[in-house]
Design a protein around this ligand. Structure first.
Ligand code: PLP
Length: 366
């Protein structure tokens, strides 16, 4: 029986490139002819050591990571980093104080977690909702630790805040837009990203940190979260998420073979504008709650029928999508509506299929 094609618009864990899955399948039982699977391999073996170093080299190449930055592959997810970042960096300032930019659910969680270890200062006017542009005073804030969620997966805000470092340690959670575009790593003190959206499967979180920021952990920092310990041990202080690192290596190779971050950016602009364009010309039938100035290219949230969403019509939209093989379009449970996640592995054809369906649904129900 012919299998119906499934198009996965999930927010993460998310779609992986088909070629990566096929390669992993081919190598699952017998990796590289050595007779065992990566799943069974010692993390101290020379074979795994090659996987780890080639994954790091690819990442360094794709992001042009300067030599004075360490790259780590850790466990604990983005949420683990909500704790690790303050535990390692909040002590940089004598009064254990950090400035946070809270632009959505995830940075809100990060700020709440940091408040356990020091004083958190929110450095922008209070936002009524996480769908409007976050205005920062361009100069006067004196910042030491400065944190923001670069792409807010739940509400669909995309923010691009970079500063001259001038004593500012800019920390960014890039979990949902990592490698979706080029980034100047030298503008950041630390970048972290869970792999399960743009660069692999769940289980591994990449941390890229400037070397001079190592060695400032608070006494109570658990040893597995201590960046200095993990960096000195090349992510091998304890058992790393070996298979997830291997999958990430395959995805990085795929990104490289498909033109690198610049090509990903072009593709992602194209895919997201296909969807936003329909929203914009639908006369309010589709409504994106996010200000045009800060719309994400990765997660496109929208309501159907009217601005605040017609739930019956939204259900119909999701049912119709499912009949066409399009899955995981339901908005986050905290905001409702629809959310199309368009990470790197989502193809132009996938986005086109959604755009075509949206046009047809509009015609039928407007
Ligand atoms: N940061 C962002 C931007 C996210 O989208 C998520 C999860 O979706 C997280 C952090 C939390 O990641 P994890 O579930 O790996 O802890």
């Amino acid at each position: 029986m012919e299998q119906k094609q499934t198009i996965n618009f999930g927010p993460g864990p998310a779609k992986l490139p088909q070629s990566v899955l096929l390669q992993a399948q081919k190598e699952l039982v017998n990796y590289n002819g050595i007779g065992i699977s990566v799943l069974e391999m010692s993390h101290r073996s020379s074979d795994f050591s090659k996987i780890l170093s080639s994954t790091e080299s690819l990442l360094r190449e794709l992001l042009n990571i300067p030599d004075n930055y360490k790259v780590m592959f850790l466990q604990g997810g983005g949420s683990g980093q909500f704790s690790a970042v303050p535990l390692n960096l909040i002590g940089l300032k004598e009064d254990n104080c950090a400035d946070y930019i809270v632009t959505g659910t995830w940075s809100e969680r990060a700020a709440k977690e940091a408040a356990k270890y020091g004083k958190v200062n929110i450095v922008h006017p209070k936002l009524d909702k996480y769908t409007s542009k976050c205005q920062l005073d361009p100069e006067p804030v004196v910042l030491l630790t400065f944190y923001y969620g670069c792409n807010e997966t739940v509400h669909g805000g995309g923010y691009n805040i970079t500063r001259k470092q001038n004593g500012v340690v800019l920390v960014s959670d890039m979990s949902s837009n990592f490698l979706s575009r080029p980034v100047d790593v030298s503008k950041f003190g630390l970048i972290f990203a869970g792999a399960q959206k743009n660069v692999g499967c769940a289980g591994v979180t990449v941390v890229i940190v400037r070397e001079d920021l190592l060695g400032h952990a608070l006494n109570e920092c658990p040893i597995v979260l201590d960046y200095k310990v993990q960096a000195t041990n090349n992510s091998l202080y304890n058992t790393p998420p070996c298979f997830s690192i291997y999958i990430m290596g395959l995805v990085l190779e795929w990104i490289k073979n498909n033109g690198g971050t610049a090509a990903m950016e072009k593709l992602n602009k194209h895919k997201s504008s296909m969807i936003y364009d329909i929203i914009n010309v639908s006369n309010g039938f589709y409504a994106c709650p996010v200000d045009v100035a800060c719309r994400s290219r990765m997660n496109v949230p929208f309501r159907v029928g009217k601005k605040e969403g017609d739930e019956a019509l939204e259900k119909k939209f999701l049912d119709g999508a499912l009949k066409r093989g399009m899955i995981s379009l339901k908005g986050h449970r905290s905001v409702g509506g629809i959310r199309a996640s368009l990470y790197n592995a989502v193809t132009l054809e996938d986005a086109q299929a959604l755009a075509t369906y949206m046009k047809e649904f509009l015609k039928e129900h407007q």
